[in-house]
Design a protein around this ligand. Structure first.
Ligand SMILES: [Zn+2]
Length: 606
C-alpha cells in the first residue's frame, strides 16, 4: 500500500462515447429532439386508442405501453447525461439549461402515464389480463398491475390531476422553501483563533472532530442556528403534513404509512416486525458505547459524540490499488461480479479525479437504452473513498444484472435499492478487517461497522418514531414548535434505549434533518434500516453458501424490479419477512462484533 501523502490522480470517465461534445453535442441535441417528437406522437396515439381491449384493439394498447416505456428510458438518458455534465463541471451553464428541458419531458411523460392509469380503470379485469398476456408486456405485468391497483385507490383522474398541479406551487414548495432556508443558514465558527463563516454542511464535519470541545461547540452552533428558524420550519412541516393528510382523507387512505409502504412494495407487518426486533436488541449496543466512552475519555455520551473518531488508518490507496483491492476480495465470492467490475474499470465508467469545479458527493446513474452505468465521485485515496467506490460499483452491478429486462421491470423500490451497494461494501470492509494487523486500523474498522448498526437502530428509528407520532397528532391540528421538540425527545428516549446521556438529546433534530421535509418520499427513514439489514441478510447467506450463492445473488437482484419485497425474500432467501426469525438473525450478526470492539478498547486503554 502507498504510504506517501500524495497519490497519482484518479482517472476521469468516458462520457464521450455516450454523446460526443458534452453539453454542446450535436448528437445529444438530436436525441432530445427525438424525445420531444416521440412525446407528441405518443400523446396522439392516446387520442385514437380504443376504450376497450379486444383482439382488434390489443396491438394498439400494446404499442402504446411499449412506446411509453421506451420514452421513459430515453428520458432517463437525457436526465442522466445532464447529471453527468453538471456534476463533472458545476459551471456548465448549458448543461443546467438542458436539465430543465429534461424535467419538462419527464412532467409530460408523467401526464401520459396518468392517462394510462385512468384508462386501466375503464377496462374489465379480463380485458386487462389480455393486455398482460401479450409477449411484449408479459415481463412488465407486475409494473402494469401495480399502476392499476394504485389508480384504483386514488380519486377520479380530474381530481388527481388538479392535485398534481396544485402540488407544484403548494405542497412541494414547502420543501423548496425549507431547502432554501437550510442552504442559507450560516454560522461563525472559531478555530485556532480564527473566525470563519461556514455553512451547516461544513459545520457538520466539525462534529466528527477528535476534540470534544470542538464537537460540542459545533453542535451548539447548529442548534442555535436552527432555533432561530424553528418557528418557520414548524410552519413548513405542518403545512406539508396537512396537505398530505387531506389528500389521504380524500383518497380514503387510512394510515399515513399507506403511501410509503406502497412505494416500498412492502407490508406493514414486515416493517413493524423489523422495528420490534431492533427495539428489543438495541440495548446490546450499550457495551460498545461504554467502551467508546472509555476510549474517548468521556463520562457522558451526547448526540455530538456519535461520530467521534476511534482508531485511525493513515495509509492511502491509489485508485489502481483500490480497484485491485475490491477485485481481489470480490472474486472469491463471484467471478461474474468481479468480471463486471473489471469491465467498468477498463471502460472508464468512473469519474474519480480530485479537481476543482466538480460537484460533491457520489452517485451511480443508468444511461437508459444504453444499459450502462456511470459512477461519479471524488477519489482522494482514503479507505472511505475506497468504500464509496465499492458501494457505487455495487449499484452499477445491480443495473448490469437487470440489463436484459424491459425498462419497467428494472425499477426497484428504494428499500431494495441499497442491497447490492451495501453488499459490496460489506465484502470489502470485512476483507479489510480480516487483513488488518495494526490495532488502530482494526479499531477504526470495527468502530465503523458498529457505528453503522448504532445509527440504523437508534438514529433512524427515532426519525420513524417521530414521524409516526407527529402524523398522529397532526390529524387533530397544527403541532407547535415546542411540542415538536417534545415529540422528538420522546422518540429519542425510546430509540436510544438509555445510551444517550440525559443532557445529550437533540430536540431540534426534526428541524435540522432535511428528510423530514421531503415531499416526494414520505417517511424517508425506515428504507435505510431495512436496506442495511436486508443486505446483511443476503451477505450472511453468501457467507454460509460460499461461491455457489453467486448465481442466486444475481437472480435475486434480477427480480427486485418485478416483485414485492416479501416475495423477493421468500423466493430467493426462503424467508418470511413478516416473521421475526430473519430479523433476529441479521440483527445478531450486526451485533456480533461488540465483544471484539470492547476487548480491543480494553487492551488499548490499559
Ligand atoms: Zn447507495
Amino acid at each position: 500500500m502507498t504510504t506517501a501523502t500524495k497519490i497519482p490522480p484518479a482517472p476521469t470517465w468516458d462520457i464521450e462515447s455516450i454523446f460526443p461534445g458534452g453539453s454542446k453535442s450535436k448528437e445529444f441535441a438530436e436525441f432530445r429532439q427525438k424525445v420531444k417528437k416521440d412525446l407528441n406522437a405518443t400523446a396522439s396515439m392516446l387520442k385514437t386508442l380504443p376504450e376497450g381491449i379486444d383482439k382488434h384493439s390489443l396491438h394498439a394498447w400494446v404499442d402504446f405501453v411499449v412506446k411509453l416505456q421506451s420514452l421513459y428510458e430515453n428520458i432517463e438518458l437525457v436526465q442522466s447525461f445532464c447529471a453527468c455534465l453538471t456534476s463533472q463541471d458545476v459551471n456548465d451553464s448549458e448543461a443546467h439549461a438542458i436539465t430543465s428541458e429534461g424535467d419538462t419531458y419527464l412532467a409530460d411523460w408523467q401526464k401520459l402515464r396518468a392517462e394510462l392509469e385512468a384508462r386501466s380503470l375503464k377496462v374489465t379485469d379480463q380485458e386487462w389480463e389480455m393486455l398482460l398476456d401479450a409477449p411484449e408486456t408479459k415481463e412488465i405485468a407486475f409494473y402494469l398491475n401495480e399502476l392499476r391497483t394504485i389508480a384504483k385507490s386514488k380519486m377520479p383522474i380530474e381530481l388527481e390531476s388538479l392535485t398534481l398541479e396544485l402540488g407544484v406551487n403548494g405542497y412541494h414548495t414547502w420543501n423548496h422553501l425549507y431547502d432554501k432556508m437550510a442552504g442559507e443558514l450560516k454560522v461563525d465558527f472559531e478555530e485556532e483563533g480564527k473566525v470563519t463563516t461556514i455553512s451547516l454542511g461544513q459545520l457538520a464535519t466539525k462534529m466528527s472532530s477528535p476534540d470534544r470541545e470542538t464537537r460540542k461547540r459545533a453542535f451548539h452552533k447548529l442548534t442555535d442556528a436552527w432555533e432561530s428558524r424553528a418557528d418557520l420550519a414548524a410552519i413548513a412541516l405542518n403545512a406539508q403534513a396537512g396537505f398530505r393528510l387531506s389528500l389521504y382523507k380524500h383518497r380514503n387512505w387510512k394510515s399515513p404509512l399507506f403511501e410509503p409502504l406502497t412505494m416500498a412494495r412492502m407490508q406493514e407487518a414486515t416493517l413493524q416486525t423489523m422495528w420490534r426486533v431492533i427495539e428489543r436488541e438495541t440495548p446490546r449496543l450499550n457495551p460498545y458505547i461504554q467502551a467508546k466512552k472509555k476510549l474517548l475519555a468521556i463520562d457522558r455520551f451526547s448526540w455530538f459524540d456519535e461520530f467521534a473518531p476511534c482508531g485511525k488508518m493513515d495509509r492511502l490507496y491509489t485508485f489502481e490499488e483500490a480497484g485491485r483491492f475490491i477485485l481481489d476480495n470480490v472474486r472469491p465470492f463471484s467471478t461474474h461480479l468481479a468480471d463486471f467490475i473489471q469491465m467498468a474499470l477498463n471502460k472508464r465508467w468512473i469519474e474519480a479525479e480530485d479537481r476543482p469545479n466538480k460537484a460533491g458527493g457520489g452517485y451511480c446513474t443508468g444511461t437508459g437504452p444504453l444499459r450502462q452505468s456511470r459512477i461519479f465521485m471524488t477519489y482522494a485515496g482514503t479507505f472511505e473513498n475506497l468504500l464509496t467506490l465499492a458501494h457505487e460499483l455495487g449499484h452499477a452491478y445491480h443495473s448490469w444484472v437487470l440489463k436484459e429486462k424491459p425498462f419497467f421491470a428494472t425499477e426497484y423500490p428504494m428499500n431494495l435499492a441499497e442491497t447490492a451497494s451495501i453488499f459490496s461494501e460489506t465484502l470489502v470492509t470485512n476483507a479489510a478487517l480480516e487483513q488488518a494487523v495494526d490495532p488502530q486500523e482494526k479499531l477504526m474498522l470495527l468502530d465503523q461497522k458498529l457505528q453503522a448498526a448504532y445509527v440504523m437502530f437508534t438514529d433512524i428509528y427515532c426519525r420513524f418514531l417521530f414521524d409516526q407520532a407527529f402524523y398522529t397528532e397532526r390529524k387533530s391540528g397544527v403541532v407547535q414548535k415546542d411540542r415538536l421538540n417534545q415529540i422528538m425527545v420522546e422518540a429519542q428516549k425510546k430509540a436510544f434505549a438509555g445510551m444517550l446521556d440525559e443532557v445529550g438529546y437533540h430536540p431540534l433534530f426534526w428541524c435540522s434533518k432535511l428528510h423530514f421535509f421531503l415531499t416526494d418520499i414520505p417517511f424517508y427513514n425506515y428504507p435505510y434500516t431495512f436496506g442495511y439489514l436486508f443486505s446483511a441478510g443476503v451477505y450472511d447467506r453468501a457467507k454460509m453458501e460460499g461461491s455457489s450463492f453467486a448465481d442466486k445473488y444475481r437472480a435475486l437482484l434480477a427480480d427486485t424490479g418485478s416483485m414485492t419485497t416479501e416475495d423477493v425474500a421468500q423466493k430467493h432467501l426462503g424467508v418470511d419477512l413478516t416473521q421475526e426469525d430473519f430479523w433476529t438473525n441479521t440483527v445478531n450478526r450486526q451485533l456480533a462484533e461488540v465483544d471484539a470492539f470492547v476487548k480491543l478498547v480494553e487492551s488499548n486503554t490499559e
